[in-house]
Design a protein around this ligand. Structure first.
Ligand SMILES: [Zn+2]
Length: 506
């Protein structure tokens, strides 16, 4: 039986986003629990799909004595404020210092945290921890698939274990794998390690593990572990909107000998590199996508899905852009459904007009992002809802959705699902709530990049990734990078970074 301290500090930093993460953001609960300390951790995290509870369950089953420190996370945003990073990491370091004797330390981190003063948040934290616990204490860290792996993380952690699915359905399992690796380190001592990087960034829609090449790659990563093979093998896609030197995909392998670790890391990164051209999927322009979808849907039995990825509220969009809607209506995409448009005022007016009523106004562009225009027309009200329903798809399953007053509007053969709260269009129940049967639509335009696939891919004829106006550019060349390492290609098979990106040149 070993005495293992456990904790976590998670943030996914988009260095191009407008708003920074404050202490309150970490204190507050969102989709996940708020800042939790001590024994409360055992209660609050039970049964949640996060690495920490996965670790707790397996480590307890192995008979270990766990010492809960603190755990917190904040929604993805711009940099973590300097004071916030110092306060939380300071608390964590103090709690570790106070422990009389530890045999191991497990941390549930994200891997893409950038603070105002540290471009490698996790590497900095691990270096400070190592200075306290000494060189030999086993420190195991689980990470998100979007981690930007760094040399400092590799150096100061005994093992880094990365999640393997996007949508992230295996977070708890990643914690379980971390506990198993901790056991091995406690019993057999340290492992040799090797890390390799790919020299190209992969946009989020092509990181999805429900489609190839990612699905096939993760199968190979998993199969490379086992007796006589690697003790642990991981591949992280990285988080592209992070303007830091060590941004991008990387593999990390732990094995009994350095030769084995290096050999396996070389093999895995070789496969990632060989898949580069498959990651260079097509990004459709909006009119081109709508014309194709209209033609294709004429003899299709299932909907053509247009992923309105640049307005995905899960990655920096506001779900209020009507740019793609305008194309659908203008090009007369009969039988199309556009979801979800976040516009509380339009939802309110629709409820006032009543079922089968109509009203004229400019809809969308609710949040005032520069460059977004409203779309004016006379809309019919085909459905109304209070926004309270249960999600039914694999991603949000069982969640009690509270999207506020909702409405189904119609203009020129296109139906529009309007919500009063911002929520990624990743569950069919959102459409059914206002009377749309998703499988019967000709075209489905969804504000989501990847998470929609869990519920919608099984009913889709074909899925197109579309670039309409929004705050979450799918083409990394549109981001004004300054700090990436030179030579890194901003897109698969794309141009190499030369110290400034396409946008920063103009
Ligand atoms: Zn992630």
């Amino acid at each position: 039986m070993a005495r293992i301290a456990i904790g976590g500090f998670q943030h996914e930093t988009n260095t191009f986003a407008p708003v920074k993460a404050t202490y309150q953001d970490f204190e507050m609960a969102d989709g996940w629990p708020g800042l939790t300390r001590g024994d409360a951790i055992f209660e609050v995290f039970r049964g949640i799909n996060l690495p920490l509870p996965g670790f707790i369950e397996r480590a307890r089953a192995a008979g270990h004595d766990l010492v809960p420190l603190l755990w917190c996370s904040a929604s993805p945003s711009a940099h973590v404020e300097r004071d916030t990073f110092e306060r939380i990491s300071g608390d964590l370091l103090n709690l570790i210092r106070q422990q009389p004797k530890l045999d191991g330390l497990y941390l549930d981190l994200h891997g893409a945290m950038v603070s105002e003063h540290q471009e490698d948040g996790e590497g900095e934290l691990l270096e400070r921890i190592r200075a306290i616990v000494g060189p030999s204490l086993p420190v195991v860290v689980s990470l998100d698939l979007h981690a930007n792996l760094t040399q400092r993380m590799l150096r100061h952690a005994s093992a880094l274990v990365v999640c393997r699915t996007y949508p992230h359905v295996d977070l708890a399992e990643t914690g379980t794998r971390s506990a198993e690796l901790m056991d091995r380190l406690l019993r057999h001592g340290p492992l040799a390690k090797a890390m390799r990087r790919a020299e190209f960034l992969v946009p989020l829609p092509w990181q999805c593990t429900l489609i190839n090449p990612a699905a096939a790659l993760y199968r190979v990563v998993e199969e490379s572990e086992g007796p006589g093979r690697a003790a642990s093998a991981s591949f992280a896609f990285g988080f592209p909107p992070a303007d830091i030197a060590e941004c991008g995909p990387a593999v990390v392998v732990y094995a009994d000998s350095a030769v084995e670790a290096e050999r396996e890391a070389d093999r895995l990164i070789g496969m990632v590199n060989a898949a580069e051209k498959e990651f260079a999927g097509k990004i459709w322009q909006k009119d081109e996508a709508v014309r194709y979808a209209i033609a294709r849907s004429a003899n299709a039995t299932r909907p053509i899905i247009l992923a309105d990825t640049q307005d995905n509220p899960g990655a920096g969009g506001n779900s209020d852009s009507v740019d793609l809607l305008e194309s659908l209506v203008t090009l007369k995409a009969e039988g199309a459904v556009f979801a979800n448009l976040y516009d509380p005022e339009t939802a309110r007016i629709a409820h006032e007009a009543g079922l089968h009523g109509s009203f004229e106004r400019g809809i969308g562009a609710w949040c005032g992002s520069p460059g977004l225009q409203k779309f004016r027309g006379r809309f019919k009200v085909l459905g109304l809802g209070d926004g309270n329903f249960k999600a039914t798809g694999p991603f949000y399953r069982g969640n009690n959705m509270q999207l506020g007053p909702m409405a189904l509007l119609e203009l020129g053969g296109t139906r529009i699902v309007v919500t009063s709260r911002k929520q990624q269009a990743a569950d069919q129940a959102m459409l059914r709530h206002v009377g749309v049967e998703p499988a019967e639509a000709k075209i489905l335009a969804l504000k989501s990049s990847v998470h929609f696939r869990a519920d919608f891919q099984p009913i889709a004829e074909e899925i197109l990734i579309v670039a309409a106006a929004g705050d979450n550019p799918v083409d990394n060349c549109a981001l004004p990078y300054r700090h990436l390492r030179k030579g890194l290609r901003l897109m698969p098979l794309g141009e190499a970074f030369q110290g400034f990106s396409a946008t920063s040149r103009t």
